[in-house]
Ligand binder design. Structure first.
Ligand code: SF4
Length: 211
């Protein structure tokens, strides 16, 4: 596997997304991170440059699309390997749904009707768009196969997706070494409506088992 171009902390802590691409289902979206890298691998790829020229479009930095399924669009050269291995069709070729400059995907809405086969890209200026990031099973196959190292899969980044989305709810797990307080023990018995009689039966049967 080649080295990943996306740094581990691209979306963590105080980093804010620069935009998003929404799914037309009204529920799902993937965020876009960073200002982009003008030295990304796509900028030096002859096929990509020729395709942009054919469209009459200027190549501009595009950033990282997705959070748990993060694709660096400045290094994506539309090789399509990720399409071939994904079991849930997370990706679509964005230009096969909307043939617009890649920069215009920022804050746009897509229906997810783009093509999903490896060979179905419009041309080398197309990009692997994680439109169904929410369906990813974290199998890691796309990260391992991408010849440019342009994909980073990280399930733990769901927290940063939710924080960007404003839907994050902090959990308070009970610590493994947490000791029940007297109040918690009595709350337990009250909750199950224990009477003094079955309280006695409970402990009698408990001690009988121990004995
Ligand atoms: S990790 Fe697996 S399921 Fe998720 S996008 Fe990549 S190939 Fe698809």
């Amino acid at each position: 596997m080649v080295d990943l171009v996306i740094p581990e902390d691209f979306c963590t802590n105080d980093v804010k997304p620069v935009g998003k691409t929404s799914h037309s289902d009204g529920e799902n979206k993937h965020f876009i991170w960073g200002k982009g890298d003008p030295n990304g691998k796509a900028f030096s790829n002859e096929d990509v440059k020729a395709a942009y020229a054919e469209h009459g479009e200027k190549m501009v930095p595009l950033g990282i699309h997705g959070t748990t399924v993060a694709v660096d669009w400045d290094s994506c050269i539309a090789a399509g390997e990720c399409f071939g291995v994904c079991p849930v069709q997370t990706f679509q070729w964005y230009r096969t749904e909307k043939d617009i400059p890649a920069a215009d995907c920022m804050n746009a809405t897509f229906e997810g009707t783009g093509l999903t086969e490896a060979t179905e890209r419009l041309d080398a200026s197309d990009k692997s768009q994680p439109i169904r990031e929410h369906d990813c099973t974290i199998c890691m196959a796309c990260q391992e196969i991408c010849p440019q190292g342009a994909i980073r899969i990280e399930a733990a980044n769901q927290e940063w997706h939710e924080k960007a989305d404003g839907t994050y709810v902090k959990c308070h797990p009970v610590a493994a070494d947490h000791t029940l307080t007297i109040k918690e023990i009595f709350s337990f018995f009250l909750f199950f409506n224990f009477t003094s009689t079955n309280f006695n039966h409970f402990f009698a049967s408990l001690f009988a088992e121990v004995a």
